[in-house]
Design a binder for this molecule. Structure first.
Ligand code: 5GP
Ligand code: ZN
Length: 115
């Protein structure tokens, strides 16, 4: 999608630190990390928000979680744990309108989901 910052990352129009890529998914380090490990995992298909996931996308979304596990094992943070967050819409503060899964790890993330 033209003017989408994450589509530009997929197309190498914007540089990023890619940690995983295949034909369906790409993962790269967040430019403004909120934890020692902060990876964004996204489908290459431009889907704006969680609300735009169609029935035909359901296997793609499940696949993203498989890839998150694979990255966690490869980087070794599966042992101590991690958190996956997806913002959706205005109240969540979603800035980039291309669905993305924040994967946070590398420190105790606290017992609160928000904050
Ligand atoms: P949101 O607030 O939409 O859930 O998260 C967007 C995330 O994308 C933020 O954590 C932000 O730091 C990250 N981000 C925004 N622009 C870029 C960029 O150009 N490159 C990378 N690597 N991350 C970005
Ligand atoms: Zn996009």
């Amino acid at each position: 999608m033209k003017n989408c910052i994450f589509c530009k990352i997929i197309n190498r129009e914007i540089p990023s630190n890619i940690v995983y890529e295949d034909e369906k998914v790409i993962a790269f380090n967040d430019i403004n990390p909120a934890a020692p490990i902060h990876i964004l995992v996204i489908p290459k298909k431009h889907i704006e928000t969680l609300l735009d996931i169609s029935e035909e996308d359901s296997s793609l979304i499940a696949y993203i979680y498989q890839i998150i596990n694979k990255i966690a094992e490869e980087k070794g943070f599966d042992k101590k744990g991690f958190r996956v967050i997806t913002n959706c819409g205005e109240d969540s503060g979603q800035e980039v309108k291309h669905i993305h899964f924040h994967v946070l790890a590398g420190k105790k993330l606290g017992d609160k989901i928000v904050g």
